[in-house]
Design a protein around this ligand. Structure first.
Ligand code: PLP
Length: 401
């Protein structure tokens, strides 16, 4: 059996999405900016797709949703533009992010540091969550931007973006949120949250890879990252990825349609699976489940290196992760676990299971069996676990486990 439980890394393309994209490769391949019938036949599908994308995040027509190649590009665009508009001109010199942002934010912030920008990395609490009040503590009159993700990719922890948005508004500071892990998992409305910029990426919600977007509130202009033609109103030049946009539109529509299923059925399946995993001795989960996206479990099995567990799962056809997709190739401690101050053993033993609306009960039952066997096998040969006394103190508060 093959089981895919790495949906926070990427998702399968929904067959209905693929079906809608297909004509735009071999049949309707015109460049939308050309002045002939080959171009015209792409116009209505593009318009429909854009309407679905706007509707999905509740963006009013006067705001912009600019199509990019991925969330990494959208995040980079915000940071580099902030540099050109505020830091380089000397108007402001400070940005605030969380210490558990995706590398496409953290690396962007580190790059700005080399250019003279001061960066505050907000800590997460014991539950793996940013407290909105900490944002207030660090904002100064030199703060150009606050960028805090809507949901964390590793733990699924949902951050108080609405409250943070209000604080930013109060201090007149721009607010960006990376909503990559939120779309299709929790309700999202750019109008009721005070959001100036919002990033998302189609491949995290059953759309194709290589297409993402940046929502920009009216009046919050950004210096383009790519200068070129007039595509996307000159905000982001380059021939439009027609198939990708059509695919992202359909994927957005499906994500919104299946939000209830995700928030009820998938949550129930996740919770039941997690309950069974937590019955295994010496297992720990950081963020309380009601404060998480419905599909994610980050769980530590004391005494078992995350990578060893991945190996055993992989041998049995199961794809999971130790956290961020980019970190899977080196034996690094899980960064969120480190950030909450978990001891080294726990930080190295985290495994992430991320479900999707395609996950079945049968797959989870099979996975549980494989995990149980792997835990027995790996703990029997684990030097760190063999010496751990029975019922020892965990490195974390255990009240919500
Ligand atoms: N932001 C978050 C929170 C993510 O989880 C990811 C993907 O891992 C990204 C950004 C990057 O997305 P993309 O692959 O579309 O650049």
């Amino acid at each position: 059996m093959k089981v895919y439980l790495d949906n926070n890394a990427t998702t399968l393309v929904d067959p209905h999405v693929f079906e809608q994209m297909e004509p735009f490769f071999v049949q309707k391949y015109g460049n939308p900016n050309s002045l002939h019938l080959f171009a015209s036949e792409t116009h209505q599908p593009l318009k429909t797709a854009m309407e679905k994308i706007y509707a999905g995040i509740h963006a009013p027509r006067e705001d912009s949703v600019v199509i990019t190649s991925c969330a990494t590009e959208s995040n980079n665009w915000v940071f580099k533009s902030i540099y050109f508009e505020y830091i380089l001109t000397g108007r402001k010199n400070h940005i605030i992010i969380s210490e558990v942002e995706h590398p496409s934010i953290i690396s962007g912030a580190k790059f700005l540091e080399t250019l003279g920008c001061r960066v505050t990395y907000l800590p997460i609490n014991k539950e793996g969550i940013i407290e909105a009040s900490t944002v207030r503590d660090y904002i100064t009159n030199k703060t150009a931007l606050v960028s805090i993700m809507m949901a964390n990719n590793e733990t699924g922890a949902i951050f108080p973006v609405q409250e943070i948005g209000e604080i930013c508004k109060e201090f007149n500071v721009l607010f960006h949120t990376d909503a990559v892990q939120a779309i299709g998992k929790i309700p999202l409305d750019v109008q009721s949250f005070n959001i100036d910029y919002l990033t998302f990426s189609a491949h995290k919600f059953h759309g194709p890879k290589g297409i993402g977007a940046l929502y920009i509130k009216k009046g919050r202009e950004l210096t383009p990252l790519f200068h070129g033609g007039s595509q996307m109103g000159g905000h982001r030049s380059g021939t439009l990825n027609v198939a990708g946009i059509v695919g992202m539109g359909k994927a957005m529509e499906q994500a919104i349609d299946s939000l209830d299923y995700e928030m009820c059925e998938i949550r129930e399946m996740r919770d039941a699976f997690e309950d069974k995993l937590l019955k295994i001795k010496d297992t720990f989960v950081v963020t309380p489940r009601e404060k998480r996206t419905p599909n994610t479990i980050l769980i530590s099995f004391r005494g078992i290196e995350g990578e060893s567990m991945l190996w055993d799962l992989n041998r049995s056809g199961i794809g999971a992760s130790t956290g961020s997709a980019c970190a899977s190739e080196d034996l690094e401690a899980n960064s969120v676990m480190e950030a909450i101050g978990a001891d080294d053993d726990l930080a190295h033993t985290a495994i992430r299971f991320s479900l999707s609306r395609y996950t079945t009960q049968e797959e989870l039952d099979y996975t549980l069996g494989v995990v149980l066997e792997a835990v027995d096998r790996l703990r029997a040969i684990s030097s760190s676990y063999a010496y751990a006394p029975e019922g020892h103190e965990s490195g974390l508060d255990s009240h919500h486990h």
